[in-house]
Design a protein around this ligand. Structure first.
Ligand SMILES: Cc1cc2nc3c(=O)[nH]c(=O)nc-3n(C[C@H](O)[C@H](O)[C@H](O)COP(=O)(O)OP(=O)(O)OC[C@H]3O[C@@H](n4cnc5c(N)ncnc54)[C@H](O)[C@@H]3O)c2cc1C
Length: 325
């Protein structure tokens, strides 16, 4: 196939995966993202108390292809295994978990991996694509939200969460319909730093009771260091019930919930960050892999095409790249 000009909209792991595969196939790829940096929901915040992973907490690698790739990332030092002392909190209270799943994290923060992967690829950040249309020569033109037009492109790959993809798929109604059906759950994240380490052995915890879903002791991840930092995530149901609450209310509720899980009275945190994810994870798992309208030259990928995990986002991007023709 001759070299094509391809726009990838979205620099999360799915978009990066598609972009790297298409680049390896000698296409001319440009990645667009509305945010300042790359990584999407694999995001981290650099703060005065260290780097905090506010989105994805770790990778799993269940797929054999993804495991091979992960080994390369491990060899390059881009990721490391994280072996937290893992607990579970449920109706029986707090107890150590027997879970043997291997977990990996980007170092020194989750989002750093996306920078390594993008490498020299052409990446246009802070560019929110508002619409895409085909011109008279059947080439794609991308308009951003300040009126600038980017193009022409022979093909486009849409790699954004399903609700945001709908607007970009107007010219491919079947794909838009599929994206409209793929609902996504919201989530609240609270990150805390304490002057003194909390007196608890907990380094990570699955929570199966109350408003919390997950607790990470962020500072126990390889390469983080700094203060005793914690990241807690709400359940989707609790987030839906508190979607428009202010950050102070969210922080109060989630700190209270953390205190109950750990069985500790928490000191005042040295710093605190609250983040709302409108589209945290797909509500349901589906097996599309990726979507395509080859007759239009438009391809779609993202975790919502395969399941709400980083490795699925990567695999979906690979699948989309394979179908590009
Ligand atoms: C709080 C939280 C915790 C999680 N924990 C884990 C975990 O521990 N392990 C795990 O495997 N997975 C976890 N996940 C899920 C994981 O983060 C996602 O499955 C994965 O990051 C999705 O990647 P993606 O590329 O499909 O989408 P995204 O990462 O959402 O990337 C989409 C990109 O598109 C950009 N974008 C959107 N609209 C536009 C537009 N119009 N123009 C330009 N750019 C646009 C966005 O800025 C974003 O960068 C978690 C998710 C959340 C939110």
């Amino acid at each position: 196939m001759s070299s094509l000009r391809i726009a990838v909209i979205g620099a999360g792991l799915a978009g990066i995966s598609a972009a790297t595969a298409l680049n390896e196939a000698n296409h001319m790829v440009t990645i667009f993202d509305k945010s300042r940096g790359s990584g999407g929901r694999m995001s981290s915040k650099r703060t005065e108390v260290g780097d905090l992973d506010l989105g994805a907490q770790y990778f799993t690698a269940r797929d054999s292809h993804f495991r091979q790739l992960l080994q390369q990332w491990l060899d390059k030092g881009w990721v490391a295994e994280w072996t937290p002392r893992l607990f579970r909190f449920d109706q029986q209270g707090l107890h150590e978990s027997a879970d043997q799943q291997q977990r990996f994290v980007g170092t020194p923060r989750m989002s750093a991996l996306s920078r390594h992967l993008i490498g020299d690829l052409r990446f246009q950040s802070q560019t929110r694509i508002a619409q895409v249309h085909r011109d008279d020569d059947n080439q794609w033109q991308l308009s951003d939200d300040v009126g600038a037009v980017h193009g022409p492109f022979d093909r486009i790959v849409v790699a954004v969460p399903a609700p945001q993809a709908v607007a970009l798929l107007k010219q491919a109604p079947l794909l838009a319909q599929a994206a409209a059906q793929a609902t996504m759950d919201a989530g609240w994240t609270l990150a805390l730093a304490f002057e003194q380490s909390l007196p608890t052995p907990v380094e990570a915890c699955f929570v199966r009771s109350g408003p919390l879903d997950w607790i990470s002791r962020n500072s126990t991840k390889p390469g983080r260091g700094g203060r005793d930092t914690w990241v807690v995530q709400s359940t989707p149901g609790w987030a839906a019930d508190h979607l428009d609450a202010d950050h102070e209310t969210i922080a109060t509720h989630l700190q209270q919930a953390l205190s109950e899980v750990l069985g500790l009275t928490l000191p005042s945190p040295a710093s605190l960050h609250v983040h709302r994810w409108l589209y945290a994870r797909p509500t349901d798992q589906c097996n599309w892999g990726a979507l395509a309208a080859p007759e239009l030259g438009i391809y779609v990928c993202g975790d919502w095409c395969l399941g709400g995990r980083l490795e699925n986002a990567w695999l979906s991007g690979q699948q989309a790249a394979k179908t590009v023709q």
